[in-house]
Design a protein around this ligand. Sequence first.
Ligand code: SAH
Length: 343
Amino acid sequence: MALLAAERPEEVQALFDVADGIRRRYVGDDIYLRGLIEFSNVCRRSCLYCGLRAPNAKVERYRMPIAEIVETAERAYHLGFRTVVLQSGEDPWYTVERMCEIIRSIKSRVDLAVTLSIGERPREEYAAMKEAGADRYLLRHEAADAGLYASLHPDLRYEERLRCLRWLRELGYQVGAGSMVGLPGQTLEMLAKDILILRELEVDMVGIGPFIPNPETPLGSAPRGSVEMTLKMVALARIVTREALIPVTTALASIDPLGREKAFLAGANVVMPNVTPLKYRAEYRIYPNKACLTDDAEHCQGCLALRIASVGRRIGTGYGHSPRHERLASGQGQRREGYGQHA
Ligand code: SAH
């Protein structure tokens, strides 16, 4: 909380520098690119902050056909990506059978790691999708304070969210959690909880972005989260997890043109360019004024290569799997390295 409260520029910079040093020491200079495919904006949930919430009649809903999702993944592979992230609202049309078909088709055609970000599902479905070849799963915990969580999610329960995260771990996924910064009613203590839960869950990946009010939601007139507090949270996530894969979030890039560079210098080591076909992109409106809404994947790569070079880093060429997970898979993982120890 003291670090989150720090305001003197030297202090804040010192926090970023410590995080940057830990990032260099534990995960090196590689920045991994993940191709993000937003394959459906249909959602059965009513999360107060999100533009895809079921009651929002102003978004035109789309579902990408299975063949098009697979083709988009193939295109991402040929552009040089080694991971695709399949993200959607909680859309029941994509049954576990359909999801498994998508995962298997991608895996049989190209050599890609597949990350899912499709919300809460029964354990058996997570198991089937893992069996079909999925490698990673992103399920942000959103807000680790139970009261705040309840106030934002009329149809979700925090314990259920944690239960899903535990299942995913048990099933052998590389697991990502994370949260939003600047939510209405959020205190420094709640933000500190968001950091501590990362350590408790021993996550492989962490997504932290600013809350951006969406006028098509009940929180439309709330103020947005700050760039600086988001960067402090990214830095603390790096310090606490040591070797997690931490993306610069689209939300941060959307509110600060140099948000990506700043996050790369405060602990982040992943970026997730949007490879969704342009005709769908504007309708995946979680929040307004999303970055890169009209940039095609080719343009995006040039832009990112420059940004990455500008902070003295390089694009990682491998899959960019979680080091913690790789150790566990090779049977040397019992040491919980990187968590809770102090350098
Ligand atoms: N349905 C999936 C994917 C959610 S979209 C799931 O439930 O996991 C990805 C993330 O966008 C969410 O986890 C949330 O943290 C973030 N998000 C949603 N609305 C937002 C907003 N208004 N501002 C910033 N981030 C938002």
